[in-house]
Design a binder for this molecule. Structure first.
Ligand SMILES: Nc1ncnc2c1ncn2[C@@H]1O[C@H](COP(=O)(O)OP(=O)(O)O)[C@@H](O)[C@H]1O
Ligand SMILES: [Mg+2]
Length: 477
């Protein structure tokens, strides 16, 4: 797959694609808005001409002018009609200043009244012929005009409606004309403003994302260095949301490192342990035999010390062997409670030797796929550690239950010394021990068993209070 550089190449490509999208969407929106605006404006024009026809005083335009006595010229007559009709025109409430409306008289071949503000330059001094062409209609209709005279050369949409006298003869027209250029310009300005704001926001987002990516990159580099030096447990990302994720990765890495170490140890164990044990058994037998002889009676203590040491070596090898990587496991459906009951007499005997006690409380739990021997060993190792950590007379509590996730939880709690914080991370590392005669392999074996059961092991410990080992087995269902 092609690699992406988040802070450079991708930025450029994203900007281009997003800009293109934004422009396309904006142009499409502009087109739709213009359509809507035109439809709305057309309705305005229709209602204005309708209103003008209804409000126009009865009689022809000349009649309106005649009310003011005899007039000398046509222009004077037009000015008078305009003046007379202004009240009608001013009662039209137009929401914008881009609509002009008024009356055209066929007889005068000129616009005779114009609003909303009387525009004398249109009434006078303009050649009436082009108007005649525009208003040559006996039905109401829309006309699109380039170079409109009413709007001083702009593109215009005009609605014209014939005005009739009492006999039904057309004497002129009411008209309403909208300046399309102004409408379009207003819409374009609005759209350009919106697009500008969107581009600005896009740039701000890119700057923020760049900053975030750079921070993340820096964090990742520090984190990778932390992993190399094995000090990621307290890593805090500058981006607070990433801290839990990095913490999770760091935990998983630690687990993997631990398992890796275990695998190497396991392979070594499988190779040599068995071979070493055989000659040791022979030596132990001989020592025992010789120690019992009369001639060595005064050396008896030394012989028993040698035998003890060989026993200790044997114990190390036995635990070592338990770490062997591919020891076949015999998984079958088992009830964890039954396994605990099986091993109970053994661990109880072990506890009694320490004057300690073991209490078990077993909950109602489903069957699990377990290797019985491994679970024996797991419980035995943990109980042994608990007993080692407690003064005589202590109590170990073994319990099982099913949690909300339907998983089975086994916990082994002692009331011993507890484990210092700095040691918690080292638990499970082969040969890590704080005991004079410890092997440091018991917990490594436990981790291996837990791992092979796809379970999880967690430890909580308080100094001088005690330690709880919790193993969570996934339910079979
Ligand atoms: N229940 C416990 N209470 C206190 N410390 C413990 C407990 N379990 C394990 N530890 C610590 O973990 C170390 C490693 O344990 P383990 O792997 O069983 O080896 P060992 O028991 O031979 O020392 C112990 O030396 C001890 O310091
Ligand atoms: Mg141990």
């Amino acid at each position: 797959m092609k690699k992406i550089n988040l802070t450079t190449k991708l930025n450029f490509k994203i900007i281009c694609v997003v800009l293109l999208l934004m422009i396309t969407v904006t142009v499409h929106n502009l087109w739709l808005s213009l359509q809507e605006e035109n439809e709305k404006n057309a309705l305005w024009l229709v209602s204005i001409t309708d209103f003008l026809i209804q409000k126009k005083p009865e009689g022809s335009f000349s009649d309106i002018a005649a009310n003011h006595g005899a007039l000398q010229s046509t222009q004077q007559e037009i000015m008078t009609i305009n003046h007379e009709l202004q009240p009608v025109l001013q009662s039209v409430l137009v929401p914008s200043n881009i609509i002009k409306f008024g009356f055209y008289s066929l007889k005068h071949e000129s616009i005779v009244a114009i609003g909303p503000h009387s525009d004398v330059s249109i009434l006078l001094g303009i050649d009436g012929k082009p108007f005649k062409k525009v208003f040559y209609t006996d039905t109401e209709k829309f006309i699109e005009r380039k170079n409109s005279l009413v709007w001083h050369g702009a593109n215009t949409l005009i609605h014209v409606r014939p005005v009739t006298d009492r006999n039904g003869n057309i004497i002129g027209h009411a008209f309403a004309a909208i300046n399309q250029d102004a409408v379009n310009a207003a819409m374009c300005k609005r759209t350009v403003n919106t697009l500008g704001a969107a581009v600005f926001m896009l740039l701000v987002c890119i700057v923020i994302f760049r900053e975030l990516f750079n921070k993340l990159k820096k964090d990742m580099q520090l984190f990778a260095e932390g992993i190399l030096h094995g000090c990621t447990s307290d890593f805090n990302s500058e981006l607070a949301e990433f801290t839990p994720i990095l913490k999770y990765i760091s935990e998983q890495t630690e687990k993997m490192t631990r398992l890796d170490r275990l695998n190497i140890i396991g392979e070594m164990a499988a190779g040599i342990a068995h071979e070493v044990r055989n000659p040791m058994t022979t030596v132990r037998g001989l020592l025992q035999f010789m120690g019992n002889k009369q001639e060595f009676a005064n050396q008896k203590e030394k012989f028993s010390l040698m035998i003890d040491e060989i026993d200790r070596a044997n114990k190390i090898i036995t635990e070592f062997l338990a770490l062997a990587k591919n020891r076949a496991m015999n998984f079958s459906e088992n009830n964890l409670n039954d396994i605990i009951c099986d091993i109970y007499p053994l661990i109880q005997a072990d506890a009694l030797r320490n004057n300690s006690d073991i209490k078990i409380s077993l909950g109602d739990i489903p069957l699990l796929f377990l290797d019985q021997d491994s679970i024996h060993q797991l419980i035995f190792n943990m109980v042994r550690n608990g007993l080692d950590a407690m003064p005589a007379g202590g109590l170990i509590h073994i319990s099982t239950k099913q949690n909300e996730q339907q998983n089975v939880v086994l916990s082994i709690k002692d009331h011993g010394l507890g484990i210092p914080k700095e040691d918690i991370d080292k638990l499970g590392t082969p040969f890590f021990t704080t005991k004079d005669h410890g092997t440091g392999l018991g917990l490594a074996v436990c981790y291996r068993i837990v791992h092979r059961h796809a379970a999880t092991l967690s430890i909580t410990s308080e100094l001088e209070e005690g330690t709880t080992f919790t193993i969570e087995f996934q339910s079979i269902l």
